[in-house]
Design a protein around this ligand. Structure first.
Ligand code: ATP
Ligand code: MG
Length: 289
């Protein structure tokens, strides 16, 4: 019989292990010796001010950049820094600046994401024999399943460019899932979304995790991050400053200092800001007199 205790004490399996990752652009060091592990079943957050190196770190993880130093391992095997090999291994990502094929349909965009998982070779595709048609039908079925999962099944035939911004972000997630990853990297999945869409995205990420896919997510929306993540790492000027649970990260003076004047929602600091704003309003009134 499985008990709750047994479940919680089960040793975590590392899915992603980034070790000593350094990325230099000429004289600028964008990522400084960063170590990060994501275990199976985890949702890990990566936060930090603008320009902290978060996207650059994702680019190092996915082979888009060849790190100046360091290694990235997936399920214990060091990955070559080539995007298609990283995708084949089982890491999928979305982009901060949406990268969809805007003149293709929603369904076609998801099918593009499946190409790494279709075994049919070029010859089969050229002659379009029965094997090809069978594989294509299976691919379409899986793509439709994914569209249902993210709630875009009714827009399968729409051109990607006609979707509202929030739905384009969801479609990026479906396309990433189409490669059947074991780890999903999300770069600002709720940027440009309204609060309702953001809450729905939270639920979507939980559902993805529940399907056995580990998640590493970059986001500036602190409520989203702390609702969602088991663990959060903070990058500041390329360096991992702090890593831990909500309490550890929110209580760290260095993190608060790094975000100068943008206290986490719901923190006592919010009242201080309100006081300062009230004082400023008063002084304006006095100036005007
Ligand atoms: N290809 C590149 N060549 C030169 N510098 C780069 C390159 N890519 C990123 N940088 C620099 O690296 C630093 C980190 O940028 P990055 O985009 O990783 O930050 P970020 O944490 O994702 O910020 P944001 O929250 O604004 O998305 C910045 O100073 C940026 O200008
Ligand atoms: Mg970024």
């Amino acid at each position: 019989m499985t008990t709750a205790t047994e479940t919680t004490t089960k040793p975590a399996t590392p899915i992603l292990q980034a070790t000593g990752v350094i990325m230099r652009f000429g004289g600028l060091t964008a990522v400084r010796n960063v170590d990060l592990t994501v275990n199976s079943g985890e949702i890990v957050g990566l936060i930090g001010p603008n320009g902290a190196g978060k996207t650059t770190f994702f680019n190092c993880l996915t082979g888009l950049y060849v790190p100046t130093e360091g290694t990235v391992a997936y399920k214990g095997t060091v990955l070559p820094p080539k995007p298609h090999l990283v995708t084949n291994a089982g890491i999928a990502r979305t982009f901060q600046n949406i990268r969809l094929f805007s003149n293709m349909t929603v369904l076609e965009n998801v099918l593009v994401g499946r190409h790494t998982r279709t075994k049919e070779g070029l010859f089969a595709a050229l002659v379009r024999g029965p094997r090809y048609h069978k594989a294509e039908a299976a691919s379409r079925e899986r793509a439709m399943e994914l569209l249902e999962f993210i709630g875009l099944e009714n827009k399968a035939d729409h051109l990607a460019r006609n979707l509202p911004y929030g739905e384009q972000r969801k479609l990026e997630i479906a396309r990433a899932l189409a490669s059947e990853p074991g780890l999903l990297l999300l770069d600002e999945p709720t940027a440009g979304m309204n609060p309702q869409e953001t809450r729905a995205t939270e639920e979507l990420v939980f559902a993805i995790r529940d399907q056995g896919i580990a998640v590493l997510v970059i986001e500036h929306d602190m409520r989203f991050i702390f609702n969602l993540c088991d663990r959060v790492a903070v990058l500041v000027q390329g360096e991992k400053l702090v890593e831990g649970d909500k309490e550890t990260v929110q209580g760290d003076d260095r993190v608060i200092a790094a975000y100068l004047g943008t206290p986490f929602e719901g923190d006592p600091g919010t009242e201080e800001v309100a006081e300062v704003e009230a004082a400023e309003a008063n002084s304006t009134t006095e100036d005007e007199r």
